[in-house]
Design a protein around this ligand. Sequence first.
Ligand code: PLP
Length: 391
Amino acid sequence: MKVNTHYGELKDSYLFSTIAHKVSAYSAAHPDKSIIRLGIGDVTLPLCPAVVEAMQAAVAEMGKKETFRGYGPEQGYDFLADAITAYYQERGITIGRSEVFVSDGAKSDLGNILDLFDRDNTVLVPDPVYPVYVDTNVMAGRPIRYMDANAENGFLPLPDETVKADILYLCSPNNPTGAVYSREQLKTWVEYALENDAVILFDAAYEAFVRDPALPRSIFEIEGAKRCAIEFCSFSKTAGFTGTRCGYTIVPQELKRDGMSLNAMWLRRQTTKFNGVPYIVQRGAAAVFTPEGQRQVRENIDYYRENARIIASALRERGAWFTGGENSPYIWLKCPEGTGSWAYFDRLLEEAGVVGTPGEGFGKNGEGYFRLTAFGDRANTEEAVRRIAHL
Ligand code: PLP
C-alpha cells in the first residue's frame, strides 16, 4: 500500500490560524478594547426573503408524499439550470442546458475538475492567488508555474508567450487583489489558450460585484472562449450561500481535447462521484434569479459595495496605493513605508484594533500587501476606517 505522498508536499496554511492566535492573545491582554474583523472573506448579511420563502416551501413539499423528492439529477434540476441559462442570456451569452452543472459550491468543482486532466499537464497560476488552485494541483503531483501579479501589471498578469502552459487559472474579480480583467485582457488570454491548446479555468465567484458595463463578468463574453474555457460560479458571495452551499460550473459542448468532449467527461465524472445538491437548496438558489430575488440580492451586494467604497475612498484620500474596492468586495493595499505584511497586521491590530489579512498568505508577491474585505457591517466598517485613518 502506498499513500499519495504529494500530500506531504503541501505547505501548511498557518494564515488564518496565526491570525486567530494573534487576535485572541490581543483580546486577552486588552479585554476592554473592541476588535473589528475585516479579514475573513465570509458574508455577514442573512439569506434574502425570496430565498428563505422558496426553501420553506420546498421543505413543506419534502414533507408530503405527493411532492416528496428523492435523488435528483446529478447535474441539477431543470428549474435551476434554466434560470442559470436565462441569467447568461440576459447578458447576450447563449449557454445550453447541457452545459450547466449545479454543485455544492465553486471550491468543490475547482478541485474536482482536475479529475479530467492528466497528471503531466503544466499548470499556470497567478501569484498571489486563492490557495485552492495551488493545493489541489500539489495533491495531484502536477507541475506548477507561477505568473507574477504585481503593482507593475496592476495585479492582472498577461500571457508570457515563452511559457507553455496546459491548464491556467484566472480569477476575476480577483481574490485577494480585487483586480478585474478588462475584455481586451481576457481576449489575450483566450487567444493564448487557443494557440497553446490550453484550458482556462475561469473563477467567476465574484462576478455579481461587477457593475461597470465595460468590464466582463464571464469569460464567455469573449469570442472563442467556449473552445478553451470552463467557468466556475457560486451563490456564496452573490446571495449569502457560504453556509447553504450551491454553485454552478459551465462546461461548453465545444470544449474538446484529444478527441474527447470535456462536457461529456465532466457529466460522467459528476454522475459517478456526485449525487447532486439538495432539492431544498436548489429551490432557494433558483429564487435568486426571480425578479424579487434579483432585487434583494442586489441590495445586499450594494451594501457590501458601499462598504468597499468607504474603505477605498479613505485610502485614496490618504494617498495609499491599492487595487480593488470597486466591482469587488476586496481591497488590496500596499503596506505603508515598506512595512511587511505581518508587521502591518500587528500594527493595525495593536494600534487600531482592526484585523485584516497579510498579503503574503496568498503567495510571495503578496509580501508588503494587505487585504481588507467589505463583508463586515456598515458601522464596523466606518469605525475601522476612522481608526486606520487615525494611524
Ligand atoms: N473562488 C474564490 C476566488 C473564492 O474566494 C471562494 C471563496 O472564498 C470560492 C471560489 C469558493 O466558493 P464556494 O463557497 O462556492 O465554494
